[in-house]
Design a protein around this ligand. Structure first.
Ligand SMILES: Nc1ncnc2c1ncn2[C@@H]1O[C@H](COP(=O)(O)OP(=O)(O)OP(=O)(O)O)[C@@H](O)[C@H]1O
Ligand SMILES: [Mg+2]
Length: 222
């Protein structure tokens, strides 16, 4: 699962439901690692390249239509292959630390655990499209969906976006869907303990940042 040893960088991903604190912690970790002298780039999924950002619009905006879980999955992997080839792999080859806000685990959690797309089929697709390429280290921020969603709502309200822009279809589904997502992320963490660190995201921002910093520096051999 780890990226090829020929590459010298480190690929870190943040996963978890809406409002679990991914973006907040990515900014903190990027600052910490940059201050420690590392070259760091941050990116996000779906997205990270102009092509993949276009695919993001289809998936995230409600106007995009009613995509089946299979179609959604294919769109996400189409976006991901551009992101990996154009941004992530080249940066890792330059020895950079790449931090991505979501990656394949989100497809596993949302389209697989959440929408019922066959998980074994998804792994076949992952192997075919990315040759099993994946992160070296993944932080899974775990929070009860109700708390995460309310944090997320408050953040969106504060951004003064109009209602149409804030209508993210994932955020509009009922909590039982978000419970499946949460359980999916926890399953992934339990299945891959070497790669994944599940963290209680109800901790303070500072406490979480400290735990994440420690795990990242340990992985970097510092
Ligand atoms: N540990 C925390 N305790 C309390 N509030 C937090 C914590 N972490 C983040 N927040 C707040 O919760 C809101 C959502 O955080 P953030 O945007 O980092 O989450 P996210 O996982 O990136 O959400 P999304 O999936 O919607 O992008 C922000 O207003 C942030 O300041
Ligand atoms: Mg975010």
């Amino acid at each position: 699962m780890e990226h090829s040893k020929a590459m010298s960088g480190l690929f870190i991903t943040f996963e978890g439901g809406e409002g679990s604190g991914k973006t907040t912690q990515i900014n903190r970790l990027a600052q910490t690692l940059t201050a420690a002298g590392h070259k760091v780039i941050t990116t996000r999924e779906p997205g990270g390249t102009p092509e993949a950002e276009k695919i993001r619009e289809f998936i995230v905006q409600r106007e995009g239509g009613d995509w089946s879980s299979m179609a959604e999955c294919l769109l996400l992997f189409a976006a991901r292959v551009m992101h990996v080839d154009k941004i992530i792999r080249p940066a890792l080859e330059e020895g950079k630390i790449v931090i991505s806000d979501r990656f394949t685990d989100s497809t596993r959690a949302y389209q697989g655990y959440g929408r019922g797309f066959d998980l074994a089929k998804m792994e076949e697709l992952n192997d075919m499209v990315l040759g099993g390429f994946g992160p070296d280290l993944t932080f899974i921020l775990d929070v009860e969906p109700k708390m995460g969603l309310s944090r997320s709502e408050r953040r969106l309200a504060a951004e003064i976006l109009d209602a149409a822009q804030t209508e993210d279809k994932f955020e509009r589904m009922d909590t039982s869907f978000h419970e499946k997502i949460r359980q999916g992320f926890l399953d992934i963490a339990a299945n891959e303990p070497e790669r994944c660190r599940a963290l209680d995201a109800t901790q303070s921002i500072d406490d979480l940042a400290e735990a994440i910093k420690t795990a990242a520096l340990e992985r970097l051999g510092a």
